[in-house]
Design a protein around this ligand. Structure first.
Ligand SMILES: Cc1ncc(COP(=O)(O)O)c(C=O)c1O
Length: 396
């Protein structure tokens, strides 16, 4: 393994030579913008947030984009603004990050899980339909790893049962399906700019919607429930009184975060191409090994290439996935797991009575999945190191 010189570039190595999983690409313009934001002393929500919202809105082609401080906040407010609350059920997948389900719980609603397809790892439309009840208010699809869910049948179910669609697009900034961009299928799309994401602002999130009422409510709810434009209250137009019109939340994005976003969004296609290249290199290099590679990208869709997630063929290998995680770590390769299924975690088991065996496809994935580094910041030599370590682990 080579040790990468830390020379002001984009090192994804820490310590001697450990390849950090999910290390972001950071370039000079955002560093300068953050510094100039700090020098301006306008650090909180202001003009840079507005610019980032507008840039993202144009990128997605939506009517509105509202920046928040995380995708978790976006999911919470999306459902809250859409009127989802106690007594309502929201159908989502067990194969997601806990915050998808927590956001449903924070609204007072009940999460209902529908199992995934084992190869795409995305929620199965057939399983969704089995879970629709008189209490179902919304479907919350998660476009896992950047591969769009099978949205045609999901939209058919939503229409048939009059359900809202709120998309978790944390992995899906660039994703498209049958000519529609992720986040634009239904009512509200929620995005993440957490450090490991395809473009990042440290922490950060965004909702997109074409609905004026949802956008207006989310703006107000994201800043304490203060009346419109309240953030301007300290501007050079003079102090403005505000009215509190809801018991809102503190979910606003800061200019210092948007300072990164406005430069990162300009490179979204360049970073996507680099990750696509790495993805293809991995897929070619790992053919024939005891693992199930991510399936080809479906026709007429665009994969965001957020995560590269081989499923270890543990029967053929005779070792567990966790053994593989340790083996790769010992080779100085940082890894992730996306995910242990939601229903396995103690809180949800205790609260909803979910148990092992309830969602067999998700469990099958959860026992086999691991994620390899796929950042645009990886050098060719990093990619070669990952390939060497992964091959060595599966052929030793
Ligand atoms: C599928 C999914 N949903 C939601 C989130 C929450 O995003 P954030 O960290 O911006 O709140 C994540 C974060 O990793 C995620 O992977």
């Amino acid at each position: 393994m080579n040790r990468l010189a830390i020379d002001g570039g984009n090192p994804v190595r820490s310590g001697e030579s450990f390849l950090v999983f999910g290390s972001p690409m950071i370039e000079e313009p955002e560093i300068e913008e953050v510094v100039s934001c700090m020098r301006s002393r306008w650090i909180g929500t202001g003009p840079k947030v507005h610019q980032f919202e507008e840039d993202f809105r144009l990128y997605k082609g939506s009517k509105h984009a509202v920046a928040l401080n995380s995708c978790t906040a976006a999911l919470h407010l999306a459902m809250f603004a859409a009127g989802i609350g106690p007594g309502d059920e929201v159908i989502t997948t067990p194969m997601t990050f806990c915050s998808t389900v927590n956001a449903i719980i924070h609204c007072g609603a009940t999460p209902v899980l529908a199992d995934c397809d084992r190869l795409t790892m995305n929620i199965s439309p057939e399983e969704i339909e089995k879970k629709v009840s008189a209490k179902t208010k919304a479907i919350l699809p998660v476009h896992l790893a950047g591969r769009c869910c099978d949205m045609d049948p999901i939209m058919r179910i939503a229409r048939e049962y009059d359900l809202l669609i709120i998309e978790d697009c944390a992995h899906a900034i660039e994703s498209e399906y049958h000519g529609v961009k992720a986040g634009r299928f239904g009512d509200i799309g929620c995005f993440s700019f957490y450090v490991t994401k395809n473009i990042m602002t440290g922490e950060g999130g965004m909702i997109i919607t074409n609905d004026d009422r949802y956008a207006g409510r989310i703006k107000v709810l994201g800043l304490h429930g203060l009346s419109k434009d309240a953030w301007k209250r300290f501007s050079d137009e003079g102090y403005k009184h505000y009215q509190v019109i809801h018991a809102g939340y503190k979910y606003n994005m800061m200019d210092i975060q948007a300072a990164m976003g406005i430069h990162q969004i300009k490179r979204v296609d360049r970073y996507w191409k680099r990750r696509q290249e790495i993805w293809k290199t991995y897929s070619d290099a790992f053919t024939g090994l005891p693992c199930f590679l991510p399936p080809d990208v479906e026709p007429n869709t665009k994969h965001a290439y957020h995560l590269f997630t081989p499923l270890i063929d543990i029967d053929r290998l005779g070792k567990s996935r966790d053994w593989c995680l340790s083996a790769l770590t010992a080779e100085n390769i940082g890894v992730g797991v996306h995910y242990l299924p939601v229903h396995i975690h103690p809180f949800y088991r205790k609260t909803f009575g979910w148990k092992k065996g309830d969602f067999p496809e998700s469990e099958w994935v959860g026992e086999r999945t691991l994620s390899l580094p796929l950042s645009a910041a990886l050098t060719d030599s990093d990619v070669a190191d990952v390939i060497e370590a992964f091959r060595k682990m599966l052929t030793r």
